[in-house]
Each structure stands twice: as C-alpha cells, then as structure tokens.
Design a protein around this ligand. Structure first.
Ligand code: AMP
Length: 528
C-alpha cells in the first residue's frame, strides 16, 4: 500500500516545476509505482478532484468546519501509522456520504480523524483537494499524457478511450494493466455515457459557412440541458452532460424514449428544455430545478413540463454511428423519431437565409444557432470547428472564484462576483472580470449561502471560494487590462444564468477570451 505521503511529495514536486514534460514524466513514474487497485484512487487525488468525474459528489465541508477541524487536530494525539492513498479516499467517501441532521458535526469528526493521522505535507495536499485549488498545473491533458507515458500506450489511444468513459482513473488502470489491447477494447457501449461533442464559439454565420466549405446545417440552439438517452428493450437510462445518471428526474423523457422513438436499441442525444403553459421556453434556472429535485419529481413534472429536441444519434441496434457523417446520422435519426422531437434545422449555403433562421430561433425564445459540418463524424469530448455555436450576444462560461460583500440594498449578501477563465497553460483559473449584475434578490440569497459553503479564505470585504459555481456571463466588449494577471477584462459583464449543468472544468479558456478579443478587433477594423 502506497503511503499518501508519496502522493503529497509528488504534488509538491509538480508544483515546483513549470515544465509540462517534467510533470508528465513525474506523474508517469508515480503511477507505475502503484499497485493496480491504487491507480484509480490516486489519479483524482493527484489532479485535485478527489472522486472520479462522473461520480463527483460534494463534501459539503465549509471553511468553518475545516478550520475548526484543523484547530482540534493540534490538540489531538498524533497517530503513528502512515496514511495510505486508499485510506484518504475512504474517509472522503464517508464525509460525502454523511447527510441529514447533525451531519456537519459528523463530517467534522471524520475530517479531524484524517488530519490527526496526517503529516504537515499530507495535510497541505488534503486541504488543497478539499478546496479544489491544487495550483500545481496538472489538468486532464497532462494526466492523459502521463498515463500514456507510464503505460507505453500511444497518447491518441489513451485520449480516445477517455472520451468513451470519462473516467481518468479507470483509463489509467486499464492502460497500466492491459496496455493498448485493453484500451482499444473501450468503445461506445450502451448504458455508459460518453463525453459529448462540443462546439466552438463563432461570431458570425459567414465564418461557419466558409469553415464548412460553403454549406452547413444550422440547427436551433436550445436553451436547455443536454441529455444522452440510452435504450435497449424496456431499459432506458438518461445521462446529463456531466455524465451523471438523471433518469429518475426525467420520467417523461423515459416515456418518449420507450413509446415514441421507434427502435429497440439506440443512443440518441438532444436537449431537454423547460416550457411554460404557452409553450415558451422557460429560463434555464427552472429547468435545473427539475434536475436537482429527484424527490418531488411527480409534482415538478407537471409544474415544469419538458420538451425534448433530439439532434444526434450515436448508436442504432448494435452499430456505432460515431464514425458516420453528420448527414447520415441525421437520416437515421429522422427515421426513428417523430418530427416534433427533432431539432429544427436548415441546410443552406445562403448567409441571408441563415440570418433569417437565426432571427426566427431568437424570436421563438431560443438561444441562437448551431452550425454543423455535413460530413463530420461525431467526435466525443472534442471542441472543434465542425460544430459552431452562434449566439447573437457575446457570452462566456466562467467560474466564480471570490465575491465581495454587498452594501446598501445588497448588504448581507455576497453580491459582487470575481469571474475567472481557465488557463490551459498554467492549469489555473485567471480573473477576467467582476460583476454584481444579473441575479434576482432570491438568487443573491441562495448564491451567498452556496459561496459561503465553498469559502477558502476571507478578508474584510472579500470571500475567496473554491472554484465550483459556473455562470454564463454576457458582456459588451473585452478590453486589455493591467488589473488582472490574465491581461483581459470584460466590459459591462452581467450574469445571464447559473450553469449547474457545467463543471468548473467546462468553463471557457483564456485562449477563447484572447480569440474573442482579437476577433472583435478585426470587426472594429472593418467598421472603420
Ligand atoms: P454551450 O453550452 O454554450 O457551450 O453550447 C453548447 C451546448 O448547446 C450543447 O452542449 C447543448 O447542450 C446545447 N445545444 C442546444 N441546441 C443544440 C443543438 N441543436 N445541437 C447541439 N447542441 C445544442
């Protein structure tokens, strides 16, 4: 059993170098030194997620609990037996599992026990995991390359296998024990969600048209939550964008899958949209309530009815379709699915026609358009120019990393939010703006509670939080700014909605911010 101390030492060494290759080699060597059943446990603890992505669960350990557990530890007796990686993960599991009345006290006791067994260095990396702030520059990409290095399997194969399972630890275990043969067996499987194909942001319709060779398929971009539906016979499972199983929250989607889609075995993908009684799309927040409240499903199902719009099919019968062209996939989808459950779309080479379609989508209450290359395969987990999202306003998904206490009418609320993008180079979140606009009073209240439970440190006016709450932010312009280390600042930023469907790992990158900045500059150049 590997002591947790070696993992802490590894993190310490990772923090000390900025060189990607060195990080990859160090993690690779470390993974090779572990026993097979430790690999899957170590991977999320190295990267700072604690649990595997699809199984992520909140610890609900606020700053107050952590600091009082730390204080209690100092008075407590140090236990001599070294902590193992397995033991650390087990305690985290137990902390996450504690629910209900008195749970805070029990969580604290478990954490105290863990801290009492840990050395100074171990404590540092346990706390960094709890607060989600590793700051050692290790992201998914580096971890995947380290797994490749450790196992001698080509990087491409490791990356590919990851998109089909979304579980880094599992990929590492298979790579190290069964090598390339094991990994190449991983493919699209029923009832195991895959990472969804992603879209790049585009600024206008003509960019999409020219990137796609003059003709493209425009689809309505619905303002909902992405779902993957897997069915075989009478068994149906529905998975969210974050790959968690949301079947129990969405009984009417299960009904549609069983009774209205005319195939026995398939994986289809689409967007679930909340509707009001006059069939207008409801704000995203209302939809998220459906995903969260499993207990009151029946009640909520009638209060917030859902519409389903499918836009892709990844498997039909026993055949995987992800290598087929978009057009071919749509033809199959159309055959098994009634028109009313399909995303509205238009294939055109005419920018004016596309513009009118965009206007129609916005007027119908949707978000904009997607533009999809007709010949493109389905690339799980990849963001590419094969799919563009076209929204009439600039928007970015950012994560809240701190908040200021409000004053005047907003006294008592954390109401001014520090917004950060992800810097893929350093692996850190970098500030690009700040806003107090966009939330309603009750949302300020809820957000305050939520942020306090994620508190990492505080000063008189500002509370720093674990990067966890993702918000979609609209803004007018990006400026160069010396105020933030990122070098950019959003002007007139406002929160459009809280993106509970996205994890902090899904936020836009600093590279996207830079690209948007450059693009607006080109646009201004043209105006002059
Ligand atoms: P964004 O969340 O802004 O990155 O935009 C991509 C998301 O738009 C996808 O993950 C889907 O949840 C959603 N979406 C809405 N309509 C469509 C569509 N027709 N095709 C693909 N994705 C869509």
């Amino acid at each position: 059993m590997e002591p947790f101390l070696s993992l802490a030492k590894l993190c310490e060494a990772l923090e000390a170098t900025t060189k990607r290759n060195e990080k990859v080699a160090m993690i690779g060597n470390f993974l090779r030194s572990l026993s097979p059943d430790e690999v899957a446990l170590a991977v999320p603890l190295i990267i700072g997620w604690i649990f595997p992505e699809a199984d992520s669960k909140p610890l609900e350990l606020g700053y107050t609990i952590v600091s009082s557990a730390l204080k209690a530890r100092r008075q407590g007796r140090l236990i001599e037996a070294p902590l193992t990686i397995k033991a650390v993960r087990e305690v985290f599991e137990r902390i996450a599992d504690v629910k209900g009345p008195g749970s805070q006290g029990r969580k604290k006791a478990l954490l105290e026990g863990l801290l009492a067994q840990s050395t100074e260095l171990e404590r540092k990396w346990i706390l960094k995991n709890i607060f989600g702030e590793m700051q050692h520059g290790v992201n998914e990409g580096i971890m995947l390359d380290a797994i490749a290095k450790a196992s001698g399997v080509p990087e491409e194969l490791v990356h590919r296998a990851y998109t089909f399972t979304g579980d880094l630890g599992k990929i590492a275990t298979i790579a190290l024990s069964d090598g390339a043969v094991g990994l190449s067996k991983i493919g699209l499987e029923l009832f195991r969600p895959i990472k969804p194909m992603l879209a790049e942001m585009s600024y206008d319709i003509s960019e999409a048209l020219s990137e796609h060779g003059g003709i493209t398929a425009f689809e309505y971009k619905f303002d909902g939550a992405r779902i993957q539906i897997h069915r075989k016979g009478s068994k149906v499972r529905v998975f969210s964008r974050r790959l968690s199983d949301v079947t129990e929250s969405l009984p009417e989607i299960v009904e549609i899958a069983l009774n209205e889609i005319s195939a026995n075995e398939y994986i289809v993908e689409g967007e679930a949209v909340a509707m009001d009684s006059s069939s207008k799309p409801l704000p995203f927040q209302d939809l998220m309530r459906r995903f969260r409240r499993v207990k009151e499903v029946e009640e909520k199902a009638s209060e917030i009815p859902l519409r389903l719009y499918l836009f892709d099919i990844l498997r039909l019968g026993e055949k995987s379709l992800i290598d087929e062209a978009y057009e071919e996939r749509w033809n199959l989808l159309r055959k098994i699915c009634p028109e009313k459950y399909l995303a509205k779309r238009l294939i055109t080479s005419d920018p004016e026609e596309a513009m009118a379609f965009l206007k129609e989508a916005i007027e119908a209450g949707h978000e904009g358009l997607m533009a999809k290359a007709l010949s493109s395969p389905y690339y799980p987990g990849k963001r590419s120019k094969y799919w563009f999202k076209i929204k009439p306003f600039h928007r970015l998904d950012l994560v809240i990393v701190a908040a200021d206490w409000g004053y005047g009418r907003r006294r008592g609320w954390l109401s001014d939010y520090y917004l950060a993008a992800f810097d893929q180079v350093s692996g850190c979140y970098e500030l690009v703006g700040k806003t107090f606009k966009g939330l309603k009073d009750e949302e300020f209240e809820e957000m305050t509670k939520r942020l306090l439970s994620l508190k990492v440190s505080e000063t008189e006016h500002t509370v720093a939080v674990k990067p966890e709450v993702v918000v979609e932010v609209a803004f007018n312009e990006i400026q160069r700014s010396p105020r933030y280390r990122s070098g950019y600042a959003l002007r007139f930023a406002r929160i459009v909605r809280i993106r509970d469907d996205k994890s902090p790992r899904d936020v836009d990158t600093l590279e996207t911010v830079r690209r948007l900045y450059e693009a607006q500059f080109e646009h201004k150049g043209r105006l002059r």
